[in-house]
Design a protein around this ligand. Sequence first.
Ligand code: ADP
Length: 452
Amino acid sequence: MRNIRRVLIANRGEIALRIARACRIVGVESVGIYSEADAGAAHLLVVDQSVCIGPAAPAQSYLDIERVIRAAILMGADAIHPGYGFLSENADFAAAVEQAGLVLIGPDAAVMRLMGDKIAAKKQMRRSGVPCLPGSDDGLPEDAQAMHAIADAIGYPLIIKAANGGGGRGMRVVHDSTGLEAAVVAAREEAGRAFGKRTVYAERYLQHPRHIEVQILADRLGNAVWLGMRDCSIQRRHQKLVEEAPPVGISPEAMYNVGERCVQACRDIGYVGAGTFEFLYEDGTFSFIEMNTRVQVEHPVTEMVTGMDIVREQILIAMGLPLSMTQADINLRGHAIECRITAEDPDTFRPMPGQVEKWHAPGGPGIRVDTQLYDGYTIPPQYDSLIAKIIAHGRDRTDAMERMRAALGEMMIEGVVTTAAFHRRLMDDPAFRKGAVSIHHLETSMKRDGRV
Ligand code: ADP
C-alpha cells in the first residue's frame, strides 16, 4: 500500500478535468498545473490547488520534466498523473518521478522503456503468444545485401518503421525491392530527426486492415483484466477521429483469445496500470503493432460499455490496491461511439484556434461530453486542437449512431470553426453506418469526394 493523498495532474485540457474528477471520486486531493497560456483553463476550477509552471511553449511547461517534478514537490503532491500525450510515455520522466520519491500513476519506468522500443516490445509479445506480423524483429542492417535478404524473407509490400517511433512518423511503405534502400535511408533520416535514434525495422504491410485495440488494467498484486476492444479505424494521417466499442463483425471467441493473451503479456512483463495493446486486424487475423502505456483519448467508449471508471482504477492501482473487478465482472452493455471535436477546418483539418463565444453541450440519454470548453474560452494555438469528445452510448450500434447524430445536431459552438460538420457527415456515410471499414476508408472517400 502506498499512501496517496494528493495527485499532481501533469496535463491540460479535457483530460486534466477528467483526472481531477476521478481524484474527487477516489477522495484524494488534486493539484492542477498550467502554462501562462492556460491561466483560464476549466480544470483549474475542479482541482483543489493549482500552480503556473511556465510559459506557453510546451518545452518550457508541460514537457519540462524538472519543472513538473518541482511543482509536485512544492505543492506537497505524492503522486503524478501524466494523462496522455506530453510526458505520459516518457520513460526518463517516469524514472525521474520514481527518483524524486513520488508515485507515477502508470507503469514502472523500465516497463515503459521496454514497450517504447517497438522492436523489443514485439519480441516480448511473441514470447507471450500475442500474434505479430512477420518482420525483421531486429534493427535492419546497413549492409544492402543483408537488408534485401531480410526484406525478401518478409515479402512485399512491407513497411519500414522507426524502432522508437510515434505519431505515425518515420514510416515508409515499400512495394518492391527497387524501392527498398531509398525507403530505409529516408526512414532512418526521419527517425533520427524526430526521435534521436536511427534504428528502423521492417514488417509485412497490410493493405486494408482495421485498427482494433485491447484495453487492459493490471494491479501490483498480479491481477490483470481486459475490458473488451475498441475499433479506431476512422483515421486521417494516422490520427484517430472516431472510436467505438465493441468492434463489429469480430467473433467473441477471436476477441477472447487475443484479450487473454494481452492479459498474459501484462503478467509476463510485470505491467502495472492501464494500457492498450494496438492491433491491425485483417482477414480474421490480429497483428500486434504497439502498446500504449497510458490512458488513451478514446477510453470513454470502453467506460460506457463496461460501466467501469478507468481513471479511478489507475489511481487505486497506484495506491497498491487490488482491481475493483475480476474478468467475470466485465460484461459489455450496448455500443458506444466517440467523436473527437477539434478546432480545425472540417474539410482541410487546418487548426483554427480562437475564442469560443458561446458553447452549448448536447445532452440526453446515453450522451457524455468530455470537454474543457465554456462561454468565452480562448483556445490557445500552442497545443493539440482537441476541444471536446462527444460520446454516445446506445442499446446497439444503430441506437448509438442515432444518439450521436442528434447530439452533433444539438451541439453549438459559436466563434470558432470545428470539425463538427465532418462528424455529422460521417454519421450519414453508408460505409461507416455499415461498419467494419479499414483504416484507409476515410482518406480514400475524402479523395473520391475531392475533399483532401
Ligand atoms: P505510431 O507509434 O507512429 O503511431 P504504429 O506502429 O502505431 O506507429 O503505426 C501507426 C499506423 O501506421 C497504424 O495505425 C497503421 O495505420 C499504419 N501501420 C503500421 N504498421 C502497419 C503495417 N504493418 N501494415 C499496414 N499499416 C501499418
